[in-house]
Design a protein around this ligand. Sequence first.
Ligand code: DON
Length: 312
Amino acid sequence: MTAFPGAGAPLGQALEEIHAAAVSSPGVGRVADYIPALASVEASRCGIAFANLDGEVHAAGDAGVPFSIQSISKVFGLVLAMQRMGDELWQRVGMEPSGQPFNSIVQLEWEHGIPRNPFINAGAILVADILVSHFSASRQAFLSFVRRLAGSERCDINESVLASETRHGSRNAALAHLMKSFGNLEAEVEEVLAHYFFQCSLEMSCEELARSLLFLANRGVHPPSGEVITTPRDAHRVNAILSTSGMYDQSGQFAFTVGLPAKSGVGGGIIAIVPGQGVITAWSPPLNRHGNSSRALAMISELAGRLGLSIY
Ligand code: DON
């Protein structure tokens, strides 16, 4: 189950080279500041990690430094909701790319409060409603789930990011209220938003994130523990939506150039699933105009190209 033929030193060396090239390239983009607490992160931070199905993690740069995972949390939320609700979930959220920015509101009105997919903000807020409605303590359930997957009790919420998200969350509140008005939210809006902001405020390192998502590269079985997290069919489904919608309005370009299921967050992280092989995570805070980290994109693209990882 080794990631690549002759992995180890060659993979570690490739990660070092790719990291060095990213650090020396001119920084493109801006650190997210619409959530003010995110703006204080050092723009020069940069890391990359690859976890293989044997649980070995190769890494370079700041791969051990926790950062705000933001929208990457939508993957954990979706998997937990799929475990709890089964196929009924897909009556309330779609599986199509939105072709709109991640926090757009217009489409939600046209489409009667049914979000296009679980990875835009409206879709993740809908998933948060499912979690709030199915768990007596959804935030604790979410945190325990992620810690178990990462094999680390260290993963935790950044309280100042949580306060900042909550204070500057008017657009997300608008999305939630609109869905409520269409009858597509069960719980109280405040409670749903509290869960959504909580999960977005989670901090994890590249190494922890890569390890925690290995089940998606392994047909739903988590290699470190052997625990069944999803059926093979549901792992397929999550990867499919990651491929079409995980990089927002840049998902088509990412499929065209890289060819892996992936998810970004405005904290500057990107995870990419390599089915049958492992998970790549890269982090660098400055974002391009789509809200995706430009250096993390470049690093994953280079690694996937060198090793021929595209699924297509
Ligand atoms: O709700 C928000 O806008 C943020 N907490 C998360 C957005 C995000 O990460 C989008 N990712 N590219």
